[in-house]
Design a protein around this ligand. Structure first.
Ligand code: SF4
Length: 260
């Protein structure tokens, strides 16, 4: 019989390894038990994508498909995101995708045998934040795109409203700009085909603004690394050995977070 663990949420900070690199952090995240969600999810679903991606997409948490596959955005919402990125002219292969919370939180209702998504609470989002902070500090994306209210409020504050300020570049110490838009799963939940088509079009419009921002704000000499986000109209450059290596150290400020 499965052991029931009482809900608790501490901080994942003590799990961040010394001299972290993306690979070391990814490996360490697999053993995280900083909150009780590890008892619900099948596995930790860490972010993935080029280690020097210009754009990082942050969703809420892995869904049922992601929980089983151990990879973010591979289910129906991920497929819709793929299509929207393609329409917006952003190559999915060149962006980093992750979530604010790395384990799938779900419940089973009496009427259903399916695992039903349950929104993570503030304490769980806080507990998991060191993993997201590490990803941001190590990838150092130029632009972060938050998908849905949970990720948007985690990075932009509880007062932030996606409905009011979606698709605008927002200044942040975390990146050149943060853009917020809806989570693709909300498009899938639209009540009818017309509403769904409208919601998808609005998502594509927001992502098109991200693509335009990246093209307009050319990387300045001395900025870190080559741009890795390409558009449909650009040929993808071969990966450099450094890109393939996929490991960089955290800056001093980020290293100081450990042990909190
Ligand atoms: S949800 Fe985050 S903090 Fe909680 S156990 Fe999973 S990885 Fe750790």
């Amino acid at each position: 019989m499965a052991t029931r663990v009482k809900p608790y949420a501490e901080s994942a900070a003590s799990y961040i390894p010394e001299r972290p690199t993306l690979e070391k952090v990814r490996t360490a995240s697999k053993g995280c038990k900083a909150c009780w969600l590890w008892t619900l999810g099948t596995q930790t679903v860490f972010g993935e994508g080029p280690p020097r991606a210009d754009v990082m997409f942050v969703g809420e948490q892995p869904g049922d498909s992601e929980d089983k596959a151990g990879r973010p955005f591979v289910g129906p919402a991920g497929k819709l995101l793929d299509r929207a990125l393609d329409e917006a002219g952003i190559d999915r292969e060149t962006v980093y995708v992750t979530n604010a919370v790395k384990h799938f939180k779900w419940e089973r209702t009496e009427r259903s045998t399916r695992r039903i998504h349950k929104k993570p609470n503030d304490a769980e989002i806080r507990a998991c934040r060191p993993w997201l902070d590490s990803e941001i500090a190590l990838v150092r994306p130029r632009v972060i795109v938050t998908l849905g209210a949970t990720a948007s409020q985690a990075l932009l504050g509880k007062q932030f409203r996606v409905t009011k300020d979606r698709g605008k570049p927002i200044a942040s110490p975390l990146a050149e700009a943060i853009f917020a838009t809806v989570h693709p799963s909300s498009v899938l939940r639209a009540p009818d085909p017309a509403a769904r088509a409208r919601a998808e079009k609005e998502l594509i419009a927001d992502l098109t603004k991200v693509a335009r921002h990246l093209q307009a704000q050319a990387r300045q000499p001395g900025q870190r690394g080559p741009r890795t986000t390409t558009t449909r109209t650009e040929r993808r450059a071969p990966k450099t050995p450094r890109e393939r290596a996929g490991s960089r150290e955290l800056p001093m400020a980020a290293r100081g977070r450990r042990g909190g």
